[in-house]
Design a protein around this ligand. Structure first.
Ligand code: IMP
Ligand code: MG
Length: 182
């Protein structure tokens, strides 16, 4: 494959690492030790992997999160997310009575996280909070959805890396970049 896409670095790997550390410190101030983390695949797997280890460190070994994964699919692909969302792969575990932290890569229109939060509430979680690595302001299509923990607020550009993809490529980049597709 010849790569002709143009990638401009937006957030360096070491900046991400620092922010994940401080985010973990914010999370341990507000949430209990026996968190149930619901990581939304695929975009959040890298962030989730770093966040749980940062929680361990920030909590001095007292945090004991459990982790489960869910894949939500919205129809359509490319650089815009469309309206209809479905559960493509569900959680394995029951969230009833649990303090849930939903972890996602990016909050854009808010549709994905609104849907995820509704599911977790309907399943009678004790509490539901949201952590996202990135937030694009001014793009919200759904009212009343916000993240409780936000890593970085970024400009309204399509970004890749650190788990985020374009057509399922670029998830392996250690940094976040803005991509211009040629
Ligand atoms: P929302 O439902 O519009 O808030 O979109 C959230 C989902 O769209 C994220 O979980 C990502 O999978 C995807 N997404 C939104 N913006 C970007 C981006 O800039 N790069 C890569 N994926 C994105
Ligand atoms: Mg996603």
């Amino acid at each position: 494959m010849i790569i002709t896409d143009n990638i401009e670095r937006l957030i360096a790997a070491d900046e991400i690492a620092l922010r994940v550390t401080t985010l973990a410190e914010e999370i341990i101030q507000k949430l209990p030790n026996d968190l149930m983390i619901v990581s939304l695949l695929r975009g959040s797997f890298v962030f989730t992997a770093d966040l749980i280890r940062a929680l361990h460190t920030a909590g001095g070994g007292n945090m004991r999160p459990q982790v489960d994964f869910m894949t939500l699919a919205s129809y359509g692909s490319g650089t815009t997310s469309s309206g209809d969302i479905q559960v493509a792969r569900d959680l394995k575990d029951d969230v009833e009575g649990r303090d849930v932290l939903i972890v996602d890569d990016i909050l854009e229109s808010g549709r994905t996280l609104t849907y995820a939060k509704e599911i977790i509430i309907a399943r009678k979680a004790r509490s539901v909070k949201i952590a996202v690595l990135l937030e694009k302001p001014g793009k919200r299509k759904v009212d009343n959805i916000s993240a409780d923990f936000v890593g970085f607020v970024i400009p309204d550009k399509f970004v890749i890396g650190y788990g985020l993809d374009y057509a399922n490529y670029y998830r392996e980049l250690p940094y976040i970049g803005v991509i211009t597709i040629n």
